[in-house]
Design a protein. Structure first.
Length: 111
């Protein structure tokens, strides 16, 4: 586990607390800030995990020798590309989830 993973987890917990406090005291700015912090934390945690996986794959690839070297590098690159795509998709999902939460908050306050 690296620095980004830990910071991401902390940001998510901190953001959830901010969101709940903001909702409790009807402070939309604080609640929205909490949601944004959760999104930032999720992205940071995911980035940290991606770095760990890439590092592990790199170490595995470096330990292989001979003719496999080029094939392994290509597979590792493809895996890294796929992982990066998954991260981008996950962050997009998190963004959409946050937007849904914000819409729900707006609907609750508008009613």
């Amino acid at each position: 586990m690296n620095k980004e993973t830990l910071e991401g987890k902390f940001d998510q917990v901190s953001g959830a607390v901010k969101q709940k406090v903001g909702e409790t005291f009807k402070d939309q700015s604080l609640a929205n800030s909490g949601v944004a912090e959760q999104i930032k934390g999720a992205a940071k945690e995911t980035w940290g995990k991606a770095k760990d996986v890439v590092s592990e794959r790199k170490d595995d690839a470096a330990s292989r020798a001979g003719a496999e070297k080029d094939d392994t590098r290509i597979r590792a690159q493809n895996s890294s590309d796929n992982l990066r795509d998954k991260i981008v998709n996950k962050v997009q999902d998190l963004k959409e989830s946050a937007e849904e939460k914000l819409d729900d908050l707006r609907d609750r306050n508008g009613a």
